[in-house]
Design a binder for this molecule. Structure first.
Ligand code: EPU
Length: 342
């Protein structure tokens, strides 16, 4: 028999989203073990509710109270769980903080995730949008994950090919949304590691530090320094990292834009399309540092929207709408939000 889950009603989510926006959840459960999820399944009145699985709340914009059930993942633990000829396997529970997990791997002499240092959020959320930064993405080191299927009550093991990872995208944003609750994630970390300095700004930071043969820890330190310079600390000013995805356009559209705007920042993608730097587009339209009420555009990185204090989700969304319209007018490119908007 499952015990009754310890549901909290009308729980404030303010401290649980990095935008720091006030909204209430009709029902809230702190999930410490898979048994808590089994208990939810056994309660028809809870299964009738919409669900939101919450990790670090760092990729979420709340625009209203949530009338469903928030499952707040709080299961903890990290361990080396296996190896093959080329990799060590490390498994982290979903509720672990991502950055602390990355630091744990580095402290244990396990390189591979250093380029993803200081990304806010939890381990369990990392596959959902396939977090990425500084020339690397989570999928590069992903091995498998275990998820609890809220429909069948089974634990499912998903390998890389089951997750359809894309740019800030995966099956967990689509077919398995609200259905699969990620319980733990296993990473395959290389035994023969080589530094990844593909991202020019990172290579420049390492060069500035006079490091010829960087260790994984050197790279982590450099990434932390860059991020700290450019991105606002959610503990000090509410934000959800990049608010927009970098739009992908055809080579023809990129060439036409480049002819009109020679300084356009674009990156060639596999398959011949181009990713445009949305931050550059927004910046060119004069939005960097601007505000509408308490919702603003970060001074040092136009891709990041911030809560300057007391903004509602609607305020942030209105700012995002105006930016989207303006960038479309100026460049004919449609920006899409990166966070989940509720
Ligand atoms: N740029 C501007 N003005 C701005 C912002 C950017 O001109 O206000 C230009 C920069 O000078 C640079 C280019 O745009 O030439 C790209 O900027 P940056 O290197 O800061 O990266 P990004 O494309 O803006 C992406 C990710 C970030 C990630 C960085 C580093 C997305 C949506 N964002 O930003 O991810 O940290 O690359 O890899 O892909 C996040 O997802 O929350 C996030 C912070």
């Amino acid at each position: 028999m499952n015990s009754r889950p310890a549901i909290v009603h009308d729980q404030s989510l303010r401290a649980l989203n990095t935008f720091g926006i006030e909204a209430k959840a009709a029902a809230y459960l702190r999930v410490a073990t898979v048994d808590d999820l089994r208990a939810v399944r056994a309660a028809p009145e809870l299964m009738a509710l919409r669900r939101l699985v919450l990790g670090g709340g760092s990729n979420l914009l709340l625009t209203r109270d949530f009338d469903g059930l928030v499952l707040h993942m709080a299961n903890l633990g990290v361990a080396v769980t296996g190896e093959d000829e080329d990799h060590l396997l490390v498994t982290a529970q979903a509720g672990e903080n991502w950055h602390r997990f990355v630091q744990w791997t580095l402290d244990h002499g396990l390189p591979g995730l250093e380029n993803l240092s200081l990304i806010p959020g939890s381990v369990g959320a990392s596959p959902i949008q396939n977090i990425g930064a500084y020339g690397s993405e989570m999928a590069d080191c992903f091995h498998s994950l275990r998820a609890f299927d809220m429909e069948t009550g089974e634990m499912r093991l998903l390998a890389r090919q089951d997750c359809t990872f894309g740019y800030r995208d995966s099956v967990f944003k689509h077919a398995l949304r609200e259905r699969a609750v990620i319980v733990d994630v296993t990473f395959a970390l290389p035994k023969r590691w080589r530094p990844n300095l593909r991202y020019a700004e990172l290579a420049a930071e390492i060069a500035t530090r006079g490091i010829a043969m960087p260790s994984a820890k050197d790279i982590s330190d450099a990434v932390i320094a860059i991020r700290t310079r450019k991105l606002p600390d959610p503990a000090k000013i509410g934000n959800a990292g990049s608010f927009f995805k970098n739009p992908v356009v055809s080579a023809a559209q990129r060439d036409a834009l480049l002819a009109q705007h020679p300084a356009l920042v674009s990156y060639l993608q596999a398959g011949g399309s181009y990713k445009l730097a949305a931050g550059w587009l927004i910046d060119q339209r004069g939005w960097r540092g601007r505000s509408i009420g308490a919702a603003g555009v970060h001074e040092k990185q136009a891709l990041v929207l911030v809560n300057r204090g007391g903004a509602s989700g609607g305020d942030v969304l209105e700012l995002a709408r105006q930016i989207t319209d303006d960038v479309q007018r100026g460049f004919g490119v449609v920006l899409e939000p990166e966070p989940v908007v509720l």
